[in-house]
Design a protein around this ligand. Structure first.
Ligand SMILES: [Zn+2]
Length: 261
């Protein structure tokens, strides 16, 4: 019953806005088709996944974009907020989580409010690490980790991009190397190998790549990407990776035409 309850909780939107509120939200954010509070952080902040694009479109790839996993790497969150707050998106079934570690972002710290590096807390090749890579008392000990495990198991994206700073590059020595090269080319970032000094322990991408068919990839910008790059250039480049674009639905593209029923 408990598992059934969890599944139901995931299926039913956790926030069911009233009709006027929903209409207002749709007018303010035409790209957003839904959202889900996937859990709360250690300090009780909401972790929100925003659903964008065309979920029902045949052939549209399902994609999850995550930023702010490390709270002192805040700039790429601007890419995801720009996608959320901009025009309608076509051609992809897209989820964005702009502030995955909201307590760390509020405090401008890498780790969460328990002092744990979320990207060492995942249940794949987990090991006991200390210092800035503190991996927690056990795998998936943190509410933020369990939130993302549950969300990704449910959504099962074909592609995940996890945005970080400041290493300036895309890891092309990874599960789907053609995809990684495509990401590097579109984002104008160099191809690199992020080996974590040997084995990457307890990372989100490592866990997802091991457990699911889809490909999860780390993208690193430099320490100070420009606001224009984050808010204007990169959002368009990210959509290009997946063959998606900003614009209104096809029925609106022919001036003066009546919607077909
Ligand atoms: Zn990072």
């Amino acid at each position: 019953m408990r598992i059934l309850g969890i599944l139901l909780a995931l299926t039913v939107p956790l926030l069911a806005p009233t009709a006027p509120a929903a209409a207002r939200a749709a007018a303010d954010r035409p790209a957003v088709v839904g959202h889900r509070v996937i859990r709360h952080s250690v300090q009780g902040r909401r972790i929100v996944a925003w659903h964008l694009g065309e979920p029902g479109r045949p052939g549209a790839p399902r994609v999850v974009l995550i930023a702010g996993m490390h709270g002192n790497e805040g700039a790429p969150g601007g890419i995801l907020r720009s996608l959320r707050d901009g025009p309608q998106i076509q051609g992809a079934d897209l989820w964005v989580v702009p502030a995955y570690n909201p307590d760390g972002l509020a405090a401008n710290t890498r780790r969460n409010a328990h002092g744990v590096d979320l990207n060492r807390n995942y249940p794949y090749h987990w090991t006991n690490l200390d210092g800035s890579y503190e991996s927690g008392p056990r795998p998936a000990s943190e509410p933020e980790t369990r939130a993302m495990l549950r969300f990704l198991r449910k959504v099962r994206p074909r592609y995940i991009l996890s945005f970080h700073q400041p290493l300036n590059g895309v890891d092309t020595d990874t599960k789907d190397q053609a995809f990684a090269r495509r990401v590097a080319r579109h984002l104008h970032l160099p191809r690199k190998t992020f080996s974590c000094g040997g084995v990457c322990h307890g990372t989100m991408t490592g866990w997802y790549n091991h457990r699911f068919r889809g490909a999860a990839l780390t993208v690193e910008y430099d320490a100070h990407p420009s606001r224009t790059r984050m808010r204007r250039t990169a959002p368009r480049q990210v959509l290009d990776i997946f063959g998606a674009w900003r614009g209104r639905a096809g029925v609106d593209l022919v001036p003066g035409s009546q919607p077909q029923r």
